[in-house]
Design a protein around this ligand. Sequence first.
Ligand SMILES: [Zn+2]
Length: 364
Amino acid sequence: MERDKKYTELVFSRLKEYMEIEGVSRYEDNVVEALKNNTKDANVEYSRDRFGSLIMTKKGHTSGPKIMLAAHMDEVGYAVLDILDNGQIKVSPIGGLWPTVVVGTKAKLIASSGKEFYGIFGHTSIHIMEREKISKAMTTKDLFVDFGFKDKKEAEEQGIEPGDRILMHGETFRLYNSDLVAGKSMDNRAGVTVLDQIINRLKDQKLPNRPYFVGTVQEEVGTRGAKTSVSLIEPDIAFAIDTGASHDTDGAIKGDPKLGLGVAINIQDYETMMDPKLVKILTDIAKKHNIPVYKYVAQGGGTDAAELQYGKGGVPTISLSIPQRYLHSPLGVASLFDMEALINLMVEFLKAFDQKTFESIQYK
Ligand SMILES: [Zn+2]
């Protein structure tokens, strides 16, 4: 796969922009605005379903198979559960979070009034911790967030209410291998970046199909936005673009995907078995255009594909993964090489997939 340094930098700057947006599940509007702004010259039309998912269609494309490409826009975080008498805040998770990876890091609270506060996911300092607690993993029940309020009254006076959202904070930076980017909400702003670039790269292209580029909401709390948008769109085939846990760190169980190897095609996870005929078409296109791809069987997690497959009458679906280290933590790591490979693959796929090809994969 040939690469252009300037293009890599463009992808990085887009990724950084999306990662730094705060958009915990149910509050994805800032991601929507950025996606619209970054695709405004790409000949697409915008609509939202009543749940909030953003649907982008190509202008003037009214025939050929309907292809849905979904990337979820939301990120994991916490909601204010209770304010303690000492002003510290107990939380309820939004999405799958392991408290161990957030303890001691920076927290940001956005009150329903819009007022913002910075704090720390708190813990008992090791010096004064009871011995038997040291070796035990923390649970959400033990977790609290400290924004410096002196008591409950002060927090309430500042407008803090149950349900206010608390986000993780992690600065965006490049690692020694400059393809590797670290930062907050890589899951799934990497996918949002890929979606943005597929749209922009196909800006002046007339396609033999009808693509529906969808930024879904509420994936992290149970693929909810994919469910509502797929029922509205009724696609013929569908793809979920999401990050998937990378197996290349010390102590991880053996398996794929891994960073830097190209497009990871998820063949099955606990919720979805991908359409083998569609997989074959996709891998043939990859081969033809010299784009690195590989298949893997996921050993955990699920994606929007779980809902997409249940679109009207059943939908041939594939989940495409961007491998990521340290999912659902303040600093996730993914590779720009993998993202570029995925952009290239889906650009070529959309240029090629026509009605005849669609008919060739249908059950007779
Ligand atoms: Zn995700």
